[in-house]
Every structure is written in C-alpha cells, then in structure tokens.
Design a protein around this ligand. Structure first.
Ligand code: GLC
Ligand code: GLC
Length: 885
C-alpha cells in the first residue's frame, strides 16, 4: 500500500534550511526513529577534545556553570536535535527527488540514494514450500544468524524457524574477506552439526545486507561495506561466489547457494499480508534502509516496460551529498569523522542503531566536560568509543507509533499500516530462495531440453563425413540422399552481361516477379511480391501455373511492359532434373507445395502451356534455375570467385561449381558445372538419425511429406516455428512454462510463425518482443515465462547466463537458431579452406555476412567472433568436400 504513493506530489528538489526554533516549535518534536534529544552548542567536540588517560576519572573544576546554567546548557543541546515539520517535509522532498534521479539513471552528485533493482518481481504467492537454510550477514550488528526455515505452502500451518546466532569477532569484521566468508561457512557447519536435518539438497538463501549490484537472483556484487564492516577483497566481487567458495573450502556440507537478498527485501517478502499485500520493506536496526515494489518502466537500468520489481533504496547513504546539512548536529559530524567510513551513510549514522548509543555518549561526555553533568567528571568508559550501546539508551517500544504518526503527517492521503517483522526477515529470504530454486530447476530442464540441439565437434565431424560420402555417391549416380543435380550452368558470370530480363521466383513464402535491368552502370531491379494461397499451392498444377501467369500479366501492366517479350528466367526452387538450361523435370514438391499433376513434368512446359491458355500474352522462357544457383550467379556477377550458392530461408539448399569429370550423368570431362545438391533431403536415408530430436520427429510426422527433407526440416524457416511450438508444449508439460497449463492455442499448428523468430533481432527489445508475441498468441505468461522463452529463442543472447553478446550480436534469430543447432564453435577448424568460397548476401535472402561480402576464414581466425558462424557448418561441409577433390 505504501508503495503506490511513494512519490506524492514531488516537484523539484528543495534544499533544507536550518531554522531557529521558537519555544512553541520546540515542543513539536518530530523524531522518527527515536533519535534522542541532545544539546546544542558544541564547538570543540571530537577525538582530541575527549582524550584522557585511561582508568582515571577526570573532573574539571574550573569555571563550572551553576545548576541553573546547567539545565540551560542541556536544553540548548537538545535543541540541536529538533526537526521542524517544514524541515521534515524538505527532507522528504529531497529524498524523493534523490530517489527519482537515481531511478532515472542520472548519476548527478545530488542523487545520493542508490535505488538498486533486486531480482524480486512479485510479492509472495503464498504457495512457496520446502526447507531452506538462511544465512543472515549484516542485518544485526556484529553477529551472523543461521536459520532453518520450513515453508508450508498454502496448506500447512506456519512453522517457527530454528535459528542460531554467532558473534563475529571484530578482527573478522575488519580482516580479509576470505576470513569472513570462512567464518560464515564454519557457522553453517556448526549449525547443521547441531541440528539433524537431511543433508541432501541443502538450499541456502543468503541475506546480505549491504549495498550490492545484483545481476541475478544468485549474483550480487558488493558496492561498499557499511555498518562497521570493512573486510578487504570483497568490494567489487560477487558475494555469492565468495560464499560458495568458502563452503567448498570448508568441505563439510554441500550447500547450494540459491539466492541472495537484502534484509529489507526479506522483511517485505516475509510479512504476513494484511488487508493488501505488503509492498514496502523497512529496516531500522543496526543500519537503516527500505525497499518497495516499483514499476519496472521507472527503473532506467532495467530497460523494461512491464511488470514490477523490488528496488532497494539504500537510503542509508542519503545526505552524503550534504542534503541533510542543516539538520546535522556537531555530534553527527564528530561521529562521522570518527567512523570507519567518514562522509558515507550520513542518514544511516543519524538514525541507525549502530550509531545511536555513540551519539548519546558524545553528548554526555561533552556535557560532563562542560560541567553540566556528573559534577563535571568523566570516566574512561564515557570517553571510550562504542562504550554506550543502543540498548542502553533506547527502548524502541513506541517506534511503530512514531512511524505511523510521521507517515500520516507527511503523506496524509495514504492509508498505511505497519506490520512488524516477526523473525527478522528469515522467512522472506526463504521465500525468495524457494522461487529461485524453482527457477533454477526450470532452467536445468530447459538446458536438458535444448542439449540435443547443440552438437559437439565429433558430431559435426561425423556429419561432415556422411555428407561427403553422400555427395560423392550422388555425383556418381549411386543411391544417396543427396541428388547432386546438374544445372547446365557451366560458368559463373563474367560481368559483361547486359540487357533487360524478367525473372520469376517461386519456392519461398511468396511468389515474386522481377524486372532486372543490367547495364554497364550496374543492375537495377524492380519487383513485386504476390502471395500464393495454400489452396493454390496444394491445388491442381493448372491452377497454380495459371495463377503465376496472372501475376506476371499484372506486373507487366503495372510496369508498362505489356506486349513486350523479354527473356524470362524462372527461379523454381524445387528439385528438378534438368536436361538443358530451359528444361526441368520436377522430381518432387517440397516446402508445403503439393500441386497435382506436376511431379515428373517439365515445369517450363507447364509454364508455357499456362501462357498459351492466357492468349495475348507473350513470354519467352529461356532458363530455369534453382534459387541457390540464382543466388550464386547474382553474387558471381560482382565477384567471379563466388562459386557456392547457399540458401537458409523457407527451405535450405546449396549449389557449387563442380568439375565436370566428377559428374557421372553429364558427358564430357573438361570444364565445370554447377551442381544443385538438394541437401534439404540429406538424411532421408536415416543417416541423421542420431541428431534428430523428438521435436524434429513430431514436426516431420505432421508435415505433408513425412520422412522427406530431413535436414531441411531441422534447420529451415518453414519448420522452425513448429519446432519451437513443440518445445514450448514439452516445457509446459514439464511445468516449466505457463504454470504447466496447456492451452488450446499452443496446441494449434503453425501459430508460431518463423517470422516471429526473425523479428526478435535487437537484444534490448528482445524480451518485450517475446512477450508481445506470446501475448498476441493469447498465451498466459508470467515474466519468468518470457525470460525462459527468450532463452529458447535467443540462445546466447545477452540475457542468457555468461553469454557474450558480441558472439551473436549481429545474427538475426533464425540464423542464431541454426547456429545453436550447428554449434559452430569449432566449425572453422573442420575444413580450413584458405581462399574459401565467397559468401555474399543476395537481395531478399535472410542469409548474410556482416558486410556486403565476407569470406569464409581460415581456421586461424577466431570463429567464435565471426558473425558467419551460422553458415560455417554447412559451408565447412562443402568446402571440406571441395578440398578433397
Ligand atoms: C545498510 C545497508 C543496507 C541494509 C541496511 C539495513 O544501510 O547498506 O543494505 O539494508 O543497512 O540493514
Ligand atoms: C527446398 C528445395 C530446393 C531449394 C530450397 C531452398 O529444399 O527443394 O530446391 O533450393 O528449398 O529454397
């Protein structure tokens, strides 16, 4: 409830004026946090002023004030600690301003609070259950607590945690970090030794109450020590790792550190919700701090526009930029100077329990030295730092009512109720740990599910060998899943070609008609896309070819070409046995086409017949080419070294220039011919069996050509969406996604278009896009679901643990998928080919290197960083083959 109005009417950032109080104002004492009233007028307080020989009481006899002067002195001193309502409101505004600046990511010196996002995105569901170890460090002064917390879910009654407190020796608090963490690990063992529990699967939540940059539920880097700790070698390090290392060194128990949280977060999470959920955590203990649920879109560093996140304010450092100047007393300054971290945590030092006793001591000592107390005598104890503790000076009994009153005064429009924390947040830490443990288990299941998609070097080498064998057999005319079809293209272009051509492109998602003008100045292309309805793609052949001719006529009209008979090239991206450049017998349909009466026919004839049926149209079909050949030729036009064409689009395939003497089905021994490999069918003889996952099998079974185009179905765009859908179904059945709820929507074929995968291109937008896509599909997702699906679609994206964003930074998602499937880490080494085939982006394909052209690099180049990794594997396969020749 507090959280909803945490920024009421803030505007600007006023500074706080020191005010002279009238006697009436002095009565309106407003001291949240039980700040004890002390005196004013202390000019010379400080270490020097207080020093004295140990053990001997010292009395100043000279110039002692008389009793009435004494009480005046005391009152004046008290005055310094009074804060008026106006000052309080100024502090409030200043704090809110500071919070807003820090949230907005402005690193201005005025922003003294830190506003650190935690990885807690929602308040507890109440369903969390299980046994958890909790280690608390930093919440309660110089001690450390170990707790055993049992969460019973919604059903059971609440069980009191069992806990043990350990005092941390001062030298440990100030010594090397390793010593502190070893001490913590030792305490854990001691606790477990004394407390017989099953030592299997010990899961630990680490309550670490210091300012930290969290980068995961179990990753948190200490920014700086506070509250009397100053161990070396910890700032700037991941405290979870330090604890894990110490537990390992200790060696007594195997404990999984699952989550790390700040004490404020534990306090908030552990609260029994009242009328509404508890959305603010507040700690005034050794130190002071608060956390609350914030809209994620307000947190600049998150770059996230939906959902909420718990933010640790780290308000102990408020005032480090002098914003609190006017309400700081000379005692506050003296205390700060004497502290371990002068100038830091100024707000905390005003109200945190670690410092209150010391403030009182400073005042008492001063008054004694001024003769206003103890007959002007001081004792060594009074002069010793730290001799007065919090419990000596204050009972915090009415703390809640002070809080309540102050909040009512400052935000009268809010209805706030405070719920005291019963076990210091241990339960809350356990709840976060429960969630973290569940997520970790889900992540493991995701990993297991995706593992078969990642191929190691040996697997790749085996596939490479198989492909080489299949290529050789195909060329020899022996039975092979690679048909190795001659294309009658005997040379790559030499760049001297000129003229206007019409081109048709059939075989992808859409049908395209193009006008290509090749002049000395370059190539100019005008094109139009037409759709091919599924009923046409799977209807009769006549219908399909009539539709194609209709589209051409439309294009000619629009381009003012009617009546002209330009040479026409037909890019027909299906396996064809060519008998010449303008003759191609369709062997079989692929990629969702299934028009009747076409297989076994010459598709050029089918096109000519359709042209004939549409009288008054003149078209001159001169060549039929596969899209791979078209791609190779268009690239070769610019660079004659280009000798391989490769497509990973709706389908996948490759062609390359082969020496004619290796091609058994074509007469002649000299020269070259482009061979259409039709590698989409690779593995149709079962040779890819070991690499096939159950998801591939499902997709194949549901396709219109089961058992055909095995390789294509594993990597090409037409099938990726379905593979993803089957993985989502599987993960849902494991309870990893969508809370285990299968929906009708997810059971529906083809809802997950491959284009969605290609849309997810930018790292920073990826999460939003995933969420938008899933929501558009009507899938009920939580933010954890979105992250999980992102991991699936964006393997190696910067969201995934430990991935280097540069590795995949340039790869659109589809290629990344291929990349994952092909695990190309070592591909460059499989078949080093020094001059390498040329890879060039052809207009309209999804496959491209980073620039207009890139070359497959020799093995020495760091293939990890090459954006071409997605295509290295297939190319390595071919290049390896070429090299063997
Ligand atoms: C200190 C810590 C903070 C903690 C607070 C209360 O201010 O920096 O993280 O929440 O103390 O223990
Ligand atoms: C399918 C076709 C093939 C084409 C490839 C890419 O595999 O059979 O001819 O090259 O898709 O479009």
């Amino acid at each position: 409830m507090l959280g909803s109005s945490i920024f009421p009417g803030f505007s600007g950032m006023p500074h706080i004026e020191r005010e002279e109080l009238t006697p009436e104002e002095s009565d309106q004492l407003l001291l949240p946090g039980g700040r004890p009233p002390l005196w004013k007028h202390m000019e010379s307080i400080g270490a020097v002023g207080l020093q004295q020989r140990e053990g001997v009481p010292s009395c100043s006899q000279k110039g002692l004030p008389c009793p009435s002067d004494s009480s005046e002195l005391v009152l004046e001193c008290l005055q310094q600690f009074k804060v008026t309502q106006t000052q309080l409101q100024q502090i409030q505004n200043s704090l809110l301003g500071s919070m807003e600046q820090a949230l907005g990511g402005q690193a201005s010196p005025a922003s003294a609070v830190r506003m650190l996002p935690t990885y807690v995105g929602s308040t507890p569901h109440g369903t969390e259950q299980g046994d958890f170890l909790v280690l608390e460090l930093g919440a309660t002064g110089a001690s450390l607590r170990v707790l055993w917390v049992t969460l019973m879910g919604t059903e059971g009654h609440r069980m009191e945690p069992r806990s043990q407190e350990f005092v941390i020796p001062p030298e440990v608090m100030l010594g090397p970090g390793q010593q502190l963490f070893d001490f913590a690990a030792h305490c854990l063992s001691e606790f477990l030794d004394a407390f017989p529990v099953s030592t299997q699967d010990l899961q630990l939540g680490f309550s670490f109450s210091f300012p930290c940059h969290q980068t995961g539920l179990d990753r948190s880097t200490l920014i700086s020590w506070t509250k009397g700790f100053r161990c070396s070698g910890v700032e700037g390090h991941d405290v979870v790792q330090l604890l894990r290392d110490a537990i390992k060194r200790q060696g007594a128990y195997s404990i999984d550190v699952v989550a790390v949280v700040n004490d404020t977060v534990g306090t908030m999470m552990g609260c029994e919700p009242g009328v509404g959920p508890c959305e603010v955590g507040l700690v005034v203990d050794t130190g002071t701090n608060a956390c609350y649920m914030e809209e994620a879109r307000h947190v600049a560093v998150l770059d996230e526009d939906r959902g909420r996140v718990c933010v640790s304010v780290e308000w102990g450092s408020f005032g480090d930029d002098e914003a609190l100047g006017p309400v700081l007393t000379t005692f506050d300054h003296a205390l700060d100077r004497e502290s371990l971290n002068p100038g830091a945590q100024r707000f905390e030092k005003m109200i945190g329990g670690l410092y209150l006793g010391e403030l009182v001591r400073l005042v008492l000592a001063h008054l004694a030295q001024r003769g206003a107390l103890f007959g002007g005598c001081t004792s060594p104890a009074l002069l010793r730092r730290g001799s007065i503790l919090l419990e000596h000076v204050t009972e915090m009994e009415d703390f809640l009512s002070i809080l309540q009153e102050t909040v009512m005064l400052l935000v009268p429009e809010c209805d706030v109720s405070f719920i005291p924390s019963v076990d210091g947040g241990g339960r809350g830490v356990a709840m976060v740990t429960a969630v973290a443990a569940r997520l970790a288990a889900h992540r493991r299941l995701l990993e297991e599910t995706l593992a078969p998609f990642r191929l190691n070097r040996e697997q790749l080498a085996a596939v490479q060998a198989q492909m080489q064998e299949a290529m050789a057999k195909g060329l020899q005319g022996e039975a092979s899943s690679l048909r190795m079809l001659p294309t009658y293209v005997r040379a790559t272009p030499d760049g001297s070609e000129r003229g206007d051509f019409l081109a048709l492109d059939l075989g992808g998602t859409n049908f395209r008609v193009l006008l290509v003008r090749v002049t000395a100045g370059g190539v100019q292309i005008t094109s139009q896309v037409y759709s091919i309805p599924e009923c046409v793609a799977q209807g009769s052949g006549q219908q399909l070819f009539d539709h194609i001719v209709d589209c051409i006529v439309d294009f000619q009209q629009k381009q003012g070409l009617s009546g002209q008979s330009l040479p026409l090239g037909f890019t027909f991206s299906f396996p064809c046995r060519q008998l010449g450049l303008d003759q191609g017998i369709l062997l079989n349909w692929t990629k969702g086409f299934n028009a009747s009466d076409c297989e076994g026919q010459d598709v050029v004839c089918l096109l000519r017949e359709a042209i004939g049926r549409k009288q008054a149209v003149k078209l001159n079909v001169v060549a039929i080419v596969n899209d791979t050949v078209g791609t190779m030729m268009s690239c070769g036009y610019e660079d004659p070294r280009c000798e391989v064409g490769l497509i990973v689009g709706t389908g996948t395939n490759a062609c390359y220039m082969e020496e004619l003497r290796n091609v058994a089905s074509v007469a002649g021994d000299s020269g070259h011919m482009c061979i259409n490999m039709e590698w989409g069918a690779f593995g149709d003889d079962g040779s890819l069996g070991l690499l096939r996952t159950c998801f591939d099998a499902n997709v194949d079974q549901a396709s219109i050509n089961p058992g055909k185009q095995s390789f294509e179905k594993m990597i090409s765009g037409m099938y990726l969406g379905e593979i993803v859908r089957h993985i989502l179904l599987h993960l849902t059945s494991l309870g990893v996604l969508f809370r285990g709820q299968q929906t009708q929507r997810l059971q529906t074929r083809d809802i997950f278009k491959t284009k969605f995968l290609s849309e997810i291109e930018s790292d920073s937008l990826a999460l939003r896009q995933v969420r938008a896509i899933l929501e558009d599909l009507g899938l009920p997702l939580t933010s954890d679901d979105a992250l999980m699906v992102l991991e699936l679609l964006w393997p190696g994206g910067s969201h995934s643990q430990g991935a280097s964003p540069s590795l995949c930074g340039h790869l659109p998602a589809v290629r990344r998928w291929v990349w994952q499937r092909c695990s190309p880490g070592h591909c460059g080494c499989l078949s080093p080919c020094p001059d390498g085939p040329c890879l060039k982006k052809s207009p309209g394909t999804t496959l491209a290197g980073p620039g207009p052209r890139s070359y497959l690099s020799p093995a020495t180049q760091d293939s990890q960083n090459s954006p071409n990794v997605a295509i290295l594997w297939p190319l390595a396969l071919i290049s390896g083959f070429l090299r063997e020749k």
